[in-house]
Design a protein around this ligand. Structure first.
Ligand code: C5P
Length: 215
């Protein structure tokens, strides 16, 4: 069975998707980590960001593995390296690149073919797994999302103002929603869950009941 979780940045997807996978006894795939690792691969090769084919070629040649507890790029653990503010900004160059998206979606399907999965991203219920048995679209207000993101970044030692996080998030929301390939959009058959004011445990309780209703 496949459970897809899509939604905007900061809606709390990663944490609850992970917790949901654990509760259901499923594996977990963080697809945002793949777009981030792809951006890191291109950055390290000094690729011209305006050259979409060159970016796609570097990504296709890289070995990107999004594992439950870490992310590997050509075998190197880049779990922390892909979470910086710089990589978060640069990731739009891989996320908005149709060739990169085709490649990473194929990789996601290959991984998920091997069992029960909770997959998390922007296009999981629409493009990657349109036939998934259970689709969830997580939403939260922009202010609450920015507060969460800011808290995470500060906890990781980054110095950044809340207003800056909110501004970057708005930019990313627009870029995610506007792209032609794999835009951020709820699948028609997705169940929308608003996480405002809920603890991760409360969100997961809701998602478990949504998922159990679909089995
Ligand atoms: O979820 P996360 O913030 O780690 O995702 C990083 C970026 O990757 C997002 O801004 C989004 O543009 C992109 N992404 C995507 N498709 C996915 C997952 C993430 O375009 N399935």
């Amino acid at each position: 069975m496949i459970v897809t979780i899509d939604g905007p940045a900061g809606a709390g997807k990663s944490l609850v998707a992970r917790m949901l996978a654990e509760r259901l006894g499923f594996r977990f795939l963080d697809t945002g980590a793949m777009y981030r690792a792809a951006a890191l691969a291109a950055l390290r090769r000094n690729v011209d960001w305006n050259d979409e084919s060159a970016v796609a070629a570097v990504v296709a040649a890289a070995k990107i593995e999004s594992l439950p507890d870490r992310v590997l790029l050509d075998g190197e653990d880049v779990t922390q390296a892909i979470r910086t503010v710089e990589i978060t900004k640069l990731t739009r160059h891989t996320a908005n690149n149709p060739q990169v998206r085709r490649h990473l979606v194929a990789l996601q399907r290959h991984v998920v073919a091997a069992g029960n999965y909770v997959t998390e991203g922007r296009d999981q219920g629409t493009v990657a797994f349109p036939n998934a048995e259970c689709k969830i679209f997580l939403v939260a207000s922009p202010e609450e999302r920015a507060r969460r993101r800011h808290r995470d970044l500060v906890a990781r030692g980054e110095t950044i103002a809340l207003e800056e996080v909110l501004a970057q998030q708005t930019e990313r929301d627009q870029s995610d929603s506007a792209r032609a390939a794999g835009p951020l959009i709820a699948a028609p058959d997705a169940v929308e869950v608003n996480t405002d004011g809920l603890t991760p445990e409360q969100v997961v309780d809701k998602l478990v009941s949504v998922a159990r209703n679909k089995t």
